[in-house]
Design a protein around this ligand. Structure first.
Ligand SMILES: [Zn+2]
Length: 404
């Protein structure tokens, strides 16, 4: 099996290289915005989506109009149309929101080389087209064949992420267990075996600090030295939050992935989940403020990234992640099968109105998710045709519903 892996290092460019890289990143952003705008105009005019090859045909005219675009290595601009096409695909397939315009300083600056680079591990340096040799801080060896290099800037620091590919044997997962996983708000994750993971809510704990600096920034004269100081502090805080969260996601996905060969999760569309703010299901008609608070909390947890990590770690270990229809997992009784909104007494407590079975609501959901996983595995074993690997939408006819 092919294993893809990214190796990210901080790089140490000189002043001239930094100026060039800033421009390449700015040009990449420019192309993104131009292409996105053109796609939207075409859409309004009733025309079809243009793929990356089609978008690349727009590049020469833009280079004539904005001559600074010519300073960028052409391949980095073509990579942008490829990324935009991928963003559209994710949107069409409901995995992501509609692509956004990129603003200077807001989205992280980056550009990518698919070829023409050189890696000199012995001397800890890489050579990039038009930029020349740049030293990097070596923290680990690079495994596999390098396929591309993405250069990015976060809070004034530059990084190179080297994407590699290598052939590895098909692994056999050390464990044989299967577990259901319920993703929550009060608890980050609950497993059907009773394991619970507390959330970090890194952003929330630092929210007060963040607000302080944001107030401070708003009181300063824009672009003054003190304004810049406050702004830098906010950027730094954001970076720490991201780091803490990422660390947590990796640790949690490691533990789950090592202990279970199969992890059954709910097929929630993360972007939808944060938008509709499950309040609609559990307590309809919630205030917008409450919703935005929940939004923050969900986004803070990084579900999309967590699922991604879990999936690739399972693939590496020879395990599997599969998603089942989330329908009724929080309302069904595992003891008698009764499905009813009243079963969920509170956010944290489940109690069946039919048979009286009571359990922690998150654990109950995890058990139902595991059951849905078993049911699907049984179907696959019996050779029944399943609609698709993920996103199956079928209701369990065995169970009667008292609330639509
Ligand atoms: Zn029951």
């Amino acid at each position: 099996m092919k294993r893809l892996q990214a190796f990210k290092f901080q790089i140490e460019p000189n002043g001239e290289q930094i100026r060039a890289m800033r421009q390449y990143a700015g040009n990449a952003r420019k192309i993104w915005n131009l292409a996105l705008n053109r796609q939207q105009e075409r859409h309004t005019a009733g025309e079809k989506f243009t793929n990356s090859f089609g978008m690349n045909n727009w590049l020469p005219a833009w280079k004539q109009e904005f001559s600074y675009l010519c300073d960028s290595p052409s391949q980095t601009l073509q990579q942008v149309t490829k990324d935009l096409a991928a963003a559209y695909k994710n949107f069409f397939e409901k995995r992501a929101d509609f692509p956004q315009f990129k603003k200077k300083g807001r989205s992280s600056d980056s550009f990518r080389f698919p070829q023409g680079f050189e890696i000199d591990e012995a001397n800890r340096r890489i050579r990039l087209p038009k930029l020349g040799w740049i030293r990097y801080r070596k923290s680990r060896g690079i495994l596999g064949l390098a396929k591309n290099i993405t250069v990015s800037c976060v809070a004034g620091k530059w990084y190179a992420s080297i994407q590699t590919e290598r052939e590895v044997g098909q692994p056999i997962h050390p464990s044989t267990s299967i577990v259901g996983l319920d993703a929550g708000i009060t608890l980050f994750a609950t497993l059907s075996d009773g394991t619970m993971f507390e959330p970090v809510n890194a952003l929330r704990t630092r929210a007060a600090k963040m607000a302080k600096y944001q107030r401070r920034m708003s009181r300063k004269v824009k672009f003054s030295r003190n304004w810049k100081k406050a702004k830098a502090r906010i950027t730094q805080l954001h970076q720490r939050v991201a780091h803490t969260r990422n660390d947590f996601l990796h640790k949690t996905s490691n533990i789950i992935s090592k202990n279970h060969a199969m992890v059954v999760i709910e097929d929630l569309n993360v972007t939808n989940m944060s938008k509709s703010a499950s309040g609609t299901l559990e307590a309809p008609g919630r205030r917008v403020n409450a919703k935005s608070g929940l939004n923050k909390s969900i986004l803070d947890q990084g579900w999309g990234e967590f699922r991604r990590q879990l999936e690739y770690k399972q693939a590496w270990l020879g395990g599997e992640v599969f998603a089942v229809n989330p329908r009724n997992t929080s309302r069904a009784c595992p003891a008698c099968g009764h499905i009813c909104a009243e079963n969920r007494k509170t956010q944290s407590q489940f109690e069946c109105v039919e048979c009286g079975y009571a359990e922690n609501a998150d654990l109950n959901a995890a058990i139902n998710i595991l059951r849905a996983g078993h049911a699907r595995l049984a179907c696959e074993v019996n050779g029944a045709v399943m609609p698709s690997a993920t996103g199956t939408h079928r209701s369990d006819s065995r169970m009667a519903q008292c609330h639509a």
